[in-house]
Write a protein that binds this ligand. Structure first.
Ligand code: NDP
Ligand code: GDR
Length: 337
């Protein structure tokens, strides 16, 4: 039986990946960090009943990474652990750098010393491209725009360096935004769908957002974790973009989500921080802009070209933008109802 070690198993992707690997017959191990309550394991609650082996550790504690790799002796390692919030990375840049950059080196060193034949997947990101114009693919110049992106670039190159220096099977998945019903509540898509559900149910009246005109290439996380697995099944280590190839603005996400629950909204057309959307039925403000949600440097336009993954791995996403928004809104209506 193949053993896989997943860091970040309690996160959105980690939970879907663990389920996917168990479905494929893997023995799944997960690294969890100590938390003051047990809610951090909510996404993997159903797996904690013996389906996964969990071990305490932290990306900032290299001894714990060595211990877990030595005990598990994995065939495959998926490094998904990260301080994954781009805007918050500007508030905690050093910590973000340690977890998302140095932490990758610590884990790679543990693998090189204790499981050198293992295959290593690194959760790299479209944020690496930053200000490079779309469509972005594996050849696009990288120009990150946040401490998060800079730290992830460190991780990205560490993987390539291990491959070139020691022949390790280490690959980067350069994944564009992927969302789901399990998305953290302070990422924009989930923030929107949760608010739309609460507004529909009369539990909230309005929502504050930041930049409505950023464009993102949004897919569903389930499709992307399947791609992570395929990247490690390829005949050689390599780097792959996973994306849908279609970009939508935050504004389009908002409008699609409200349309789904039958609430008509209209903008005052200011397209600045003075923009306000009103409910058509009551005239009440429903979306206002708060500068606090803007980033020091924005990534304006991400739209990926995943031709390489399609050709070499046979990967393509199945869930459309409209289906993604619908799934998230319906799930939040159920959770809030
Ligand atoms: P989440 O924020 O949902 O999950 C992050 C995971 O990392 C959680 O399990 C968290 O644990 C864990 N973690 C954070 N800090 C540490 C630490 N110091 N030591 C150990 N574990 C830690 O992220 P996603 O699931 O959305 O993303 C998974 C990975 O993919 C991340 O690396 C992210 O940067 C990257 N990525 C995500 C994309 C997306 O659109 N979702 C796109 C491209 C890349 P805890 O539960 O305790 O907080
Ligand atoms: P992103 O996701 O930065 O792309 O990183 P996020 O959902 O945080 O932002 C997407 C875009 O929405 C704009 N925005 C807001 N964002 C948040 N969080 N909250 C708001 O109120 C808001 N209003 C507008 C942002 O400015 C941005 O342009 C995600 C993470 O999962 C990373 O870990 C991953 O690497 C990238 O996707 C690919």
């Amino acid at each position: 039986m193949k053993r896989a070690l997943v860091t970040g198993i309690t996160g959105q992707d980690g939970s879907f990946l663990a389920e996917h690997l168990i479905g494929l017959g893997y023995e799944v191990w997960g690294l969890v960090r100590r938390s003051s309550d047990t809610r951090s394991c909510d996404r993997i609650r159903e797996l904690t009943d013996g389906k996964v082996k969990l071990r305490y550790g932290d990306m900032c504690d290299s001894a714990s990474l060595h211990r877990i790799v030595g005990e598990c002796k994995p065939h495959e390692i998926y490094n998904l652990a990260a301080q994954s919030h781009v805007r918050i990375s500007s508030d905690i840049p050093e910590y973000t750098s340690t977890v998302n950059g140095t932490g990758v080196i610590s884990l790679l060193e543990a693998v090189r010393n204790l499981a050198p034949e293992a295959r290593f997947y690194q959760a790299s990101t479209s944020e690496l491209f930053g200000s490079s114009p779309p469509p972005q693919n594996e050849e696009t110049v990288m120009h990150p725009r946040s401490p998060y992106g800079v730290a992830k670039l460190h991780g990205y190159w560490s993987v390539i360096n291990m491959r070139e220096s020691y022949g390790m099977f280490a690959s980067n998945g350069i994944l564009f935004n992927h969302e789901s019903e399990r998305r953290g509540e302070n990422f924009v898509t989930r923030k929107i769908t949760r608010a739309v559900a609460r507004i529909k149910l009369g539990k909230q009246s309005s929502l504050e957002l930041g930049n409505m005109d950023a464009l993102r290439d949004w897919g569903h996380a389930k499709d992307y974790v399947a791609g992570m697995h395929l990247i490690l099944q390829h005949d050689r280590p390599d780097d792959f973009v996973l994306a849908t190839g279609i970009a939508r603005s935050v504004r389009e996400f908002v409008e699609t989500a409200f349309a789904h629950v039958g609430i008509d909204i209209e903008s005052n057309g200011k397209f600045t921080i003075d923009e306000v959307y009103h409910r058509v039925d009551t005239g009440d403000p429903i979306i206002t802009i708060n500068e606090a949600f803007y980033r020091p440097a924005e990534v304006d336009y991400l739209c990926g070209d995943a031709s390489k993954a399609k050709e070499l791995l046979g990967w393509s996403p199945q869930v459309t933008f409209e289906q993604l928004v619908e799934k998230m809104v319906v799930s939040d209506l159920n959770l809030e109802g």
